[in-house]
Design a protein around this ligand. Structure first.
Ligand code: NDP
Length: 286
């Protein structure tokens, strides 16, 4: 029976034990702006959670909500004004955006030093070179969860299923930088099952309920399930069949209560870090 990678408890510990006290020491509170365009139900839930936690951390927070008809130029103007706003250290534009708006153009417009989601090409480029500034919150949260549980990664065979810029790709880079040997799988991968069976560390970010059956899991493997899927009965489940996987894995994240709360905790940590950088007096001679 696997041990649980309890993201909910760890996130609370990091938020209350580290982020909140560090934020209180600053001369002004860290400022987080969350922009939501449209009325996607899941996005509203995520944005609500993020602003509630920011509130609890004592952050200055602003939620900017606009209707789905908002034009790309209007959204870009909002982002540019947040770029210039001295009270804001972190800007997050909630994805997905309505179809008439080009997500990449919007993400590219966020000032990289305020890009607490880590999606700007400057930040993903820095990560891929192993000199990260802001790391995308979900993969960063997965790594912190593994580190705090004392999971040894060096030399392990890791499999990441999913290659999105938000989760799979940065996750694979972080595991490689932690000295894993990484295989990245996606929808065109052949022989997925045999690759999963060989994984000491398995990270799944597909977005399909229970896509990975428990009997594919290598006994004792570490399983990080990023997927959040809402079933017809309203309950949430991951991309891994938890009930059977928990019997074989050494460690496993529950869904909910695993990666999700860690993602929000990392958003708070990145915003704090941004505020600390901004409030630090420039060093002499630079
Ligand atoms: P995307 O849809 O951007 O990417 C999904 C990836 O899965 C793609 O690379 C796709 O391959 C791959 N894929 C799809 N079907 C299969 C398959 N049958 N076999 C193998 N690979 C497959 O999703 P995201 O990366 O944004 O998110 C993934 C999941 O993580 C979602 O459930 C999302 O809700 C969740 N999520 C959770 C977060 C959290 O905080 N816990 C935060 C962010 C996301 P290809 O590239 O070939 O299309």
């Amino acid at each position: 029976m696997a041990q649980l990678l309890d993201g909910k408890t760890l996130a609370r510990r990091l938020n209350q034990g580290r982020v909140r006290p560090a934020a209180a020491e600053l001369s002004r509170p860290p400022g987080l702006a969350v922009v939501l365009v449209g009325s996607d139900a899941a996005s509203q839930v995520y944005v609500g959670k993020k602003t509630r936690v920011a509130e609890r951390m004592g952050f200055h927070h602003r939620q900017i909500t606009r209707p789905a008809e908002t034009t790309q130029d209007e959204l870009l103007a909002i982002v540019r004004s947040l770029n210039e706003d001295a009270a804001i250290d972190g800007i997050l534009v909630q994805l997905p955006l309505p179809k008439h708006i080009d997500e990449q153009t919007v993400l590219d417009t966020i000032e990289p030093t305020k890009d607490v989601d880590g999606f700007h090409p400057v930040n993903s480029g820095l990560l891929s070179q192993g000199r990260a500034r802001f790391v995308a919150c979900t993969p960063k949260g997965c790594m912190v969860l593994l580190r705090e549980a004392g999971v040894e990664l060096s030399g392990k065979d890791a499999v990441v299923i999913g290659r999105s810029n938000i989760v799979g790709r940065p996750m694979a880079q972080l595991l490689e930088q932690a000295n894993c040997t990484v295989t990245v799988c996606h929808s065109r991968t052949r022989g997925l099952e045999e690759k999963v069976r060989a994984a000491d560390v398995l990270v799944v970010a597909i977005g399909r309920p229970r896509q990975v059956p428990g009997d594919w899991i290598k006994p004792g493997a570490v399983v990080v399930d990023v997927g959040i899927n809402r079933l017809d009965d309203g309950t949430l489940c991951g991309d891994v069949d938890f009930e059977t996987a928990v019997e074989r894995a050494g460690w496993i994240t529950p869904v909910p209560g695993g990666v999700g709360p860690m993602t929000i905790a990392m958003l708070m940590a990145n915003t704090l870090e941004s505020a600390q950088r901004r409030q630090r007096p420039p060093s002499r001679g630079t």
